[in-house]
Design a protein around this ligand. Structure first.
Ligand SMILES: *[C@@H]1O[C@H](CO)[C@@H](O)[C@H](O)[C@H]1NC(C)=O
Ligand SMILES: *[C@@H]1O[C@H](CO)[C@@H](O)[C@H](O)[C@H]1NC(C)=O
Ligand SMILES: *[C@@H]1O[C@H](CO)[C@@H](O)[C@H](O)[C@H]1NC(C)=O
Ligand SMILES: *[C@@H]1O[C@H](CO)[C@@H](O)[C@H](O)[C@H]1NC(C)=O
Ligand SMILES: *[C@@H]1O[C@H](CO)[C@@H](O)[C@H](O)[C@H]1NC(C)=O
Ligand SMILES: *[C@@H]1O[C@H](CO)[C@@H](O)[C@H](O)[C@H]1NC(C)=O
Ligand SMILES: *[C@@H]1O[C@H](CO)[C@@H](O)[C@H](O)[C@H]1NC(C)=O
Ligand SMILES: *[C@@H]1O[C@H](CO)[C@@H](O)[C@H](O)[C@H]1NC(C)=O
Ligand SMILES: *[C@@H]1O[C@H](CO)[C@@H](O)[C@H](O)[C@H]1NC(C)=O
Ligand SMILES: *[C@@H]1O[C@H](CO)[C@@H](O)[C@H](O)[C@H]1NC(C)=O
Ligand SMILES: *[C@@H]1O[C@H](CO)[C@@H](O)[C@H](O)[C@H]1NC(C)=O
Length: 757
């Protein structure tokens, strides 16, 4: 039964997790000379397999790692010894965090000293390999999905991993030798006997004594010994020196090891606020000594320095492609990402324009990096290479159109902390909760506020660039157009218009006239740039259709599973492009993709461009299927769904994607640059762990699209007419709709209380 399940699982993984997974091609070696010790491409080392998604050291984790990584990827096994001296692969000396042992052997926990520290739990030394045959691996890191815990993944021995997976390279890490010695078990005997049975490429340990004890026996073999550094202040048990002081004598390390493995902060230190400090000279020092150097602690779903803007590829590149040095290997829980970084993203010239598709459209400028719609956010989007800069237009009380992500100043400014906080009001036509609205303040008053960075993921304690959270200045539509016009790489602007009917009727403000007027004064149509007008309300686009020939973009503000042909024909009347949210293409349930809709091919068959929002780098914004890697997500939407444009808070990640050299490989594209199979991971979930089925999303109908024409501008003074609390209730078609937020809130429920940081 179990065997059948395991075979089925491997079959599913093979056929489903990645389309046409052929991790064969490796461009990296052929074209590039690396600043590694050997001059070859850095290695990818998969810690416990693909432990970022499947239980650490499980068969699924090891197979997925091999399927999704460079063809020479190395499987990492943390070796622990059982009571009968068998070597198993398991991340910790205690078993209960990532197995179900505490329920199999109830109340059998023990307390032992481990390197002088008293620890309580279920230790491998108390169980024989046979005892462990009834124990199954589970997800031990609580911010990761536990949905695969029903798969009865067996504990694997070192021999199992070597023989079942035949990895291109096997790395044994012996974290504890002294502890097992205290229990009369010999790691040395185990490693030396395993060495005779299977091919072991690397053995690492943070214990000098252990490495010294095997170095003579392994001399002349292909097995390399690597000294693992722990925290600089921790004491190495056999020399009684701190790792920090051992680091000062690499000549000594070279006497018993051919390489070192260090936490990434040894190479790129971060300060207490998680900002990068200047790189150390450690990689150069190690190479000078003839030591290989490997960096550890890479995971896409753990906080890393803000300097990388939540883009894990850019973090890897700083270790392998920084002009000065390259580490010899990267130890990662998500081996697909360093594989991409090494083979597809390294050594790309800044000049490389990459492929043209998809269009990269900013969302409130580079709002993942700076407060949205500020000069800083726009300049960042320009230097990131965005094609289209966006301005969501809002109106001030004195009729000035300016750019801000929301009509409610509480989002995007410090108004709530200002004296204007008294101007809070409920306007049901706009939103159900109180707000302080842009049309209630003059431009001068708004300029007295500070911008505030958007922080959509505070529930997971993920913040954006805190050092710049209130920096930059607000930008009028006129300034925005001037800025875009002079930016050589920017090919167009996308101007979003919402709440036009309310502003006209209740505030006497014509946002559409203000936009047209500003555009004509800016003489924008004479520059060679494209002007896109986006709205969720067809009446706004109709107004622009009458007056201009701009590219009109209809934004669908609900998640849909399909659209009627007649509806699309209606949309064709006033738009040439449509923007939809991610879940309208890849529906998901509890952050697992459930499949793919035909919305994109359908819109394409009517010759409409399809732009997709909203892409963010933070891993919690992505379905599990994308491996917490924003590049895998983008790639799947581009190659798997053939979208025409990406609307993103982090344009730099999308433009870097377009430049990656693996896109040119056609049929030879490596597995890590293939789109994921939507619904593939869901198939690996056992029935009792499956999320309950959800009602399908609605179909977009003509009623959703049809709107009354924009009302005339009221002559009433806004001052006498702002109180919205008595306004008539909205008609059924205007009820709040399911939006992209639903996607994020399901993740919220799943993860919010689990995140350990
Ligand atoms: C690069 O070439 C070297 C030597 O030819 C080889 O050992 C190594 O595995 C290759 N690396 C990759 C990523 O193919
Ligand atoms: C095991 O999980 C507990 C929380 O239940 C945590 O406090 C502990 O640090 C974990 N141990 C290890 C070795 O990860
Ligand atoms: C290890 O062996 C010694 C000597 O045979 C014995 O005294 C000791 O109790 C053993 N320790 C353990 C943990 O089994
Ligand atoms: C290690 O150092 C501590 C104090 O620095 C000392 O008390 C202890 O005896 C030393 N242990 C060994 C094994 O040298
Ligand atoms: C560093 O280690 C080497 C080799 O063990 C030794 O000869 C040398 O004296 C050490 N240097 C220092 C400063 O301790
Ligand atoms: C990281 O970002 C901070 C804040 O912007 C900056 O001061 C620092 O120089 C950056 N670090 C590196 C290594 O670029
Ligand atoms: C990049 O472009 C600049 C100016 O266009 C040129 O001077 C430079 O040589 C180019 N660099 C590369 C690596 O092509
Ligand atoms: C702003 O809103 C307040 C209510 O909070 C209202 O009394 C005032 O008239 C409004 N001012 C303008 C200029 O719209
Ligand atoms: C540019 O805008 C002006 C003023 O709205 C209009 O008269 C002119 O025809 C436009 N030119 C082009 C090329 O669209
Ligand atoms: C909808 O349009 C597509 C593409 O034009 C066409 O293939 C399909 O048959 C149409 N469906 C219906 C129900 O008319
Ligand atoms: C769209 O605009 C029309 C006026 O043109 C207005 O009546 C309608 O309420 C608006 N629809 C939505 C959903 O805001």
């Amino acid at each position: 039964m179990q065997i059948f399940r395991a075979i089925f699982l491997l079959f599913v993984l093979h056929s489903a997790a990645l389309v046409a997974a052929q991790g064969s091609s490796s461009l990296a070696n052929k074209t590039i000379s690396w600043k590694t010790l050997s001059g070859n491409a850095p290695l990818v080392i998969a810690r416990g397999g693909f432990s970022g998604i499947f239980p650490d050291s499980s068969s699924a984790a090891y197979s997925l790692a091999l399927m999704s990584s460079l063809s020479n990827a190395i499987l990492w096994c943390d070796v622990q010894l059982t009571k009968d001296g068998a070597g198993i692969c398991f991340p910790q000396v205690k078993l209960e965090n990532a197995t179900d042992i505490s329920s199999v052997f109830k109340n059998k926990d023990k307390t032992y000293l481990v390197n002088g520290v008293s620890m309580q739990g279920w230790f491998s030394v108390d169980y024989t390999l046979n005892d462990l045959s009834n124990v199954f691996l589970t997800q031990g890191i609580f911010s990761r999905t536990n949905k695969f815990d029903g798969n009865l993944f067996n504990v694997l021995t070192v021999d199992d991993v070597a023989l079942q997976f035949k990895p291109p390279g096997l790395w044994l890490n012996v974290q504890h030798d002294a502890f097992f010695t205290q229990h009369n078990l010999s790691m040395r005997s185990f490693v030396l006997s395993a060495f005779r049975r299977v091919i072991i490429d690397y053995v690492s340990s943070p214990e000098v004594g252990f490495l010294k004890s095997i170095t003579a026996r392994l001399k002349g073999s292909r097995t390399k010994l690597v000294f693992r550094f722990l925290g600089q202040d921790e004491t190495e048990p056999s020399t009684n020196q701190t790792y920090g002081s051992l680091l000062k004598n690499l000549t000594f390390v070279k006497t018993f090891a051919s390489g070192i493995l260090v936490p990434k902060s040894y190479i790129w230190p971060v300060d207490a606020r998680l900002y990068l400090q200047p790189q150390t000279s450690l990689v150069l020092d190690a190479h000078k000594e003839g030591l290989e150097i490997f960096a550890s602690d890479f995971a896409n779903d753990m906080p890393f320095s803000y300097n990388y803007s939540y883009d894990p590829v850019s973090e890897y590149l700083s270790f392998i492609d920084n002009g000065n040095f390259a580490v010899d290997g990267l130890l990662s829980d998500f081996p697909i990402t360093p594989s991409e970084a090494i083979d597809c993203f390294s050594h790309i010239s800044k000049n490389d324009s990459g492929q043209a598709n998809p269009l990269v459209i900013s969302h409130n400028g580079a709002s993942g990096v700076y407060p949205g719609c500020t000069d800083l956010a726009y300049n960042q989007a320009i230097s990131d290479g965005a094609d289209v800069l966006d301005c969501p237009v809002q109106m001030t009380q004195d009729g000035i159109p300016f750019c801000l992500g929301s009509i409610n100043l509480i989002d995007g400014t410090t108004v709530a902390q200002s004296s204007f906080s008294l101007r809070s009001i409920v306007i049901p036509e706009i939103q159900g909760v109180p707000g302080i609205f842009s049309f209630n303040l003059t431009w001068k008053e708004i300029q007295s506020l500070s911008p505030a960075i958007s922080n959509p993921f505070t529930d997971y304690t993920l913040y954006r660039n805190p050092a710049s959270k209130n920096s930059g200045t607000f930008v009028t539509l006129a300034d925005f157009l001037a800025l875009s016009k002079t930016a050589g790489t920017v090919s167009g602007v996308l101007i979003s218009i919402e709440n036009a009917a309310y502003l006209a009727e209740k505030q006497g403000l014509s946002i559409t006239d203000a936009v047209l007027d500003t555009l004509s004064k800016a003489d924008y149509n004479l520059s060679a740039k494209k002007i896109m007008i986006q709205s969720t309300n067809s009446s706004v686009l109709m107004k622009f259709k009458e007056k201009t020939n701009y590219e009109l973009v209809y934004m669908v503000d609900e998640t849909i599973r399909d659209a009627e042909n007649s509806t699309i024909e209606d949309i064709k009347q006033f738009a040439s492009s449509v923007s939809i949210n991610k879940a309208s293409i890849f529906p998901e349930n509890l952050a697992f993709l459930t499949g793919i809709t035909s919305v994109v091919p359908k819109l394409h068959s009517f010759k409409l461009n399809v732009y997709v929002q909203l892409f963010s780098n933070e891993f919690v914004s992505q379905a599990w299927d994308f491996f917490s890697d924003p590049t895998v997500e983008i790639n799947t939407f581009v190659m798997g769904a053939e979208i025409d444009g990406i609307i993103t808070d982090f344009p730099g990640t999308a433009t870097a994607y377009r430049k990656n050299r693996c896109l040119k490989l056609g049929d030879n594209i490596p597995s890590y640059m293939n789109p994921v199979q939507p619904g593939g991971l869901m198939q690996v979930i056992t029935p009792q762990y499956l999320p309950p089925a959800e009602a399908p999303y609605p179909v977009l109908t003509e009623d959703d699209v049809a709107e009354a024409p924009l009302p005339p501008i009221s002559k009433t003074s806004p001052n006498s007419n702002t109180g919205g609390s008595a306004a008539a209730p909205t008609s059924p078609s205007q009820q709040p709709r399911i939006t992209a937020c639903v996607f994020l809130s399901t993740l919220t429920t799943l993860l919010a209380f689990l995140l350990l940081f």
